[in-house]
Write a protein that binds this ligand. Structure first.
Ligand code: HEC
Ligand code: HEC
Ligand code: HEC
Ligand code: HEC
Length: 156
């Protein structure tokens, strides 16, 4: 009886590990913390400059700031799930205390990068999969906000 139970616990843990592996870029993520996109610049100047220049993600705080006056505090916290870096995971807290995490930065795709940025070891940083994108580019999650972001679409 005890044996059967511990096997099902193991199965549960295996499934859980599978689910986590599918949504996190790599398993090393949990061992690291967030540093912000600017910390990547010294060693990846090309990626950093292109990102700042061309990616809407680098200015994602603007999209939220534009609409913030019309939102309740609870709705605003909902925006942080997709419009900042590492909200509720040791990254973004608010725009005043953690401006370095105000973008949808490098680490939203690559995972927390402190350990990698310290060591420059490529095995300590993740690479995104489709599941990483779908955490934010996800119709059902956007819909759960009553399409509010999409309805306004920056026009009002
Ligand atoms: C101290 C220098 C240094 C810093 C800071 C740094 N990296 Fe790197 N990174 C490297 C080196 C060296 C490599 C391996 C050679 C290469 O691909 O350029 C690398 C490789 C990578 C790779 C490819 C990994 C692979 O498996 O091939 C990614 C992704 C990456 N870095 C992302 C980041 C991100 C995101 C940050 C900021 C959080 C960052 N790096 C900060 C030095 C650094
Ligand atoms: C943490 C949430 C998050 C993740 C993860 C994420 N995105 Fe995004 N992405 C956004 C947000 C938010 C915007 C819109 C920023 C704005 O306009 O304010 C965006 C914008 C974009 C755009 C619009 C064009 C542009 O210039 O930025 C593309 C394309 C895109 N993302 C692709 C991807 C892909 C591919 C992945 C996975 C490899 C991904 N995103 C992962 C949140 C995310
Ligand atoms: C489930 C993730 C998610 C949530 C939550 C979310 N957004 Fe977004 N938002 C996105 C993505 C992804 C994009 C980029 C869409 C694209 O360009 O395809 C985006 C784009 C935007 C844009 C730019 C639209 C345009 O037409 O350029 C604004 C403005 C915006 N969001 C505001 C908000 C606000 C305000 C909130 C909170 C009420 C919020 N979003 C909540 C994921 C999200
Ligand atoms: C929207 C998701 C996304 C964001 C944001 C992002 N990257 Fe990447 N990055 C990728 C993908 C996808 C790859 C290719 C991974 C692969 O080869 O499997 C990549 C690859 C890399 C590589 C390996 C070399 C290469 O070009 O293939 C480096 C270094 C890197 N990124 C650094 C950065 C830095 C620094 C930032 C922030 C300035 C950043 N990335 C932001 C998705 C992203």
């Amino acid at each position: 009886m005890i044996r059967v139970r511990s096997i099902s616990v193991l199965c549960f843990l295996a499934v859980l590990a599978g689910v986590m592996a599918a949504t996190e870029p790599t398993s090393v993520r949990a061992a690291s913390s967030y540093v912000g996109s600017a910390a990547c610049q010294p060693c990846h100047a090309g990626e950093y400059e292109k990102f700042q220049k061309h990616s809407k993600k680098a200015k994602s705080w603007k999209s939220v700031a534009t609409m913030a006056p019309k939102l309740t505090p609870e709705e605003l916290r909902g925006c942080y799930e997709c419009h900042v870096t590492g909200y509720g995971k040791g990254g973004f807290v608010d725009y005043a205390t953690t401006p370095q995490f105000a973008d949808v930065g490098c680490e939203t795709c690559h995972g927390p990068g402190a350990a990698h940025a310290d060591a420059g070891d490529p095995s300590l940083i993740g690479k995104p999969t489709m599941a990483t994108c779908e955490g934010c580019h996800n119709a059902s999650r956007v819909r759960s906000f009553g399409f509010k972001p999409l309805l306004h679409s920056g026009a009002h």
